[in-house]
Write a new protein. Structure first.
Length: 55
């Protein structure tokens, strides 16, 4: 998912969006660099849960 999100951010290829619903990790209904940053922090074990999971 992380690689796919990176590809989306680089290419802005909206055909990837359907596969990226789960990438909206802060729950603001859009997938962007903020989500990418959060996923990166998660992978680096800087955070253990995503904001969207706190609801
Ligand atoms: Ca988001």
């Amino acid at each position: 998912m992380f690689a796919l999100l990176k590809k989306f951010l680089l290419t802005q290829d909206t055909s990837l969006i359907k596969d990226l619903r789960s990438a909206d990790v802060n729950g603001d209904d859009s997938v962007n660099a903020l989500d990418y940053a959060l996923i990166k922090r998660y992978l680096l074990k800087d955070i253990t849960v995503f904001p969207v999971e706190g609801h």
